[in-house]
Design a protein around this ligand. Structure first.
Ligand SMILES: Cc1ncc(COP(=O)(O)O)c(C=O)c1O
Length: 388
């Protein structure tokens, strides 16, 4: 069987051995030095000024939205554009925190939101929480420009696209902030884990506060002094003072330690995923049963899993069966059309139709692309997506 995820980490045995040793010797296992070190290395590699590690990608999304509410950059009731082709916990925080998601269609050729799609929005949105789907994006610089010209705040859910690059810039660096997931099967795994990146000092400070109870313990000395002075907090109460609405979404040192081991493989992981993608892409291009992805605008394609979109339902059934009888794990393309999910229909009525996302929902699936695929497995997967 070819499963979506082969192992918990790249270089599993070595990582597990080092992890066991770390756990047996470490004095502290709650968030501390290892997490801080991982944040610093991640920010450097991602080319962002700040990075805050959290317990997972879903909490990264929730914390980011809460932090923006705390700062008054978003207000309850604001309309937030989201990708209709996304993961549930990209949209859920928007609903949970009292904002209104506006689900937007994608381009069939890129699986992502484009400036053309944005032009069709009739009622103003305050922010766009864009999902960079499966390691791809549309012309994200045009999306950024569209947002900039209208004062729409651009946020990126980059949980599926670590390492992809366009116009010399990594995905996750186009918006004012971006989120990442390190759950098993993602590009980097820390078992569970997530990150929020930004270049904005004020937002980063609020993210650190919102990540842990709303207290100031994870702020810099300088920030602590300032916030205590502003709120007239005396030293005795400082450790138990809660400044704004928050959660507890801290990672542990275990996650931070693994992050520090795995980040060394970033380039290797991205390269292998891209090489596999290019092989599959060529075969899909030559198969008239399947829709071709347009990716020439991307310089680096750090594919998360390989999408197959068939031209009709009958072909979908045919290819789905081919994978199933050959024991290859396949899944819907992320959560399909998110507006068709029970949770979405429960809380939101009268959603706009998303024709292309519906098409992908009905005629698409994805199959494994990970850095540990063997040549033999790549051969089998290639045969399954070819026409014969
Ligand atoms: C686009 C997107 N956002 C958020 C998440 C949630 O990440 P996590 O599983 O770390 O909570 C995922 C998970 O796969 C995802 O694909």
């Amino acid at each position: 069987m070819i499963k979506l995820t082969k192992s918990t980490f790249l270089n599993e045995q070595e990582t597990r051995k080092k992890l066991a040793q770390f756990i047996s010797q470490a004095n502290f296992l709650s968030m501390g030095r290892e997490c801080l070190k991982f944040e610093k290395s991640f920010a450097k590699k991602q080319k962002r000024r700040y990075a805050a590690m959290v317990s997972n990608g879903s909490m990264a999304n929730l914390i980011l939205i809460q932090a923006l509410l705390n700062l008054g950059k978003l207000k309850k009731g604001d309309r937030i554009g989201v990708s209709a082709l996304t993961w549930a916990t990209n949209v859920m925080p928007v609903i949970q925190l009292g904002l209104k998601p506006v689900a937007l269609d994608c381009e069939l050729e890129t699986l992502n939101i484009s400036a053309n799609i944005l032009k069709k929005i009739r009622k103003k949105i305050k922010a766009l929480f864009l999902t960079n789907v499966l390691g791809f994006s549309d012309q994200i610089n045009q999306v950024k420009r569209w947002c900039g010209e209208r004062g729409v705040m651009l946020l990126e859910d980059n949980c599926e696209s670590l390492g992809s690059r366009m116009n010399g810039k990594l995905l996750g660096n186009f918006g004012i902030a971006s989120t990442f997931s390190f759950f098993v099967g993602h590009h980097l795994s820390t078992i569970e884990g997530g990150m929020i990146c930004t270049n904005n000092a004020e937002l980063h400070q609020m993210i650190c506060l919102t990540r842990a109870h709303g207290w100031d313990r994870n702020l810099t000395r300088f920030q602590q002094k300032a916030i205590r002075r502003k709120n007239k907090i005396v030293p005795f109460f400082a450790r138990y003072t809660f400044y704004d609405l928050a959660f507890n979404a801290r990672p542990t040192e275990i996650n931070g330690f693994i992050g520090n081991l795995q980040i060394k493989y970033w380039d290797e992981i991205v390269k292998k995923r891209e090489n596999n993608f290019r092989i599959f892409q060529k075969i899909i291009q030559a198969n008239p049963d399947l829709l071709e992805l347009k990716v020439d605008h991307l310089e680096k394609i750090s594919n998360f899993a390989m999408p197959v979109v068939c031209k009709n339902k009958k072909l979908f059934q045919k290819y789905k069966k081919k994978f199933e009888v050959n024991n290859v794990e396949i899944r819907p393309v992320i959560a399909g059309n998110i507006t068709r999910q029970p949770f979405y229909r429960k809380y939101l009525k009268n959603t706009q139709p998303c024709k292309n996302v519906d098409f992908i929902h009905t005629n698409g699936f994805y199959f494994p692309n990970n850095p540990e695929l063997t040549r033999q497995e790549i051969g089998l997967l290639s045969r399954l997506i070819s026409r014969q």
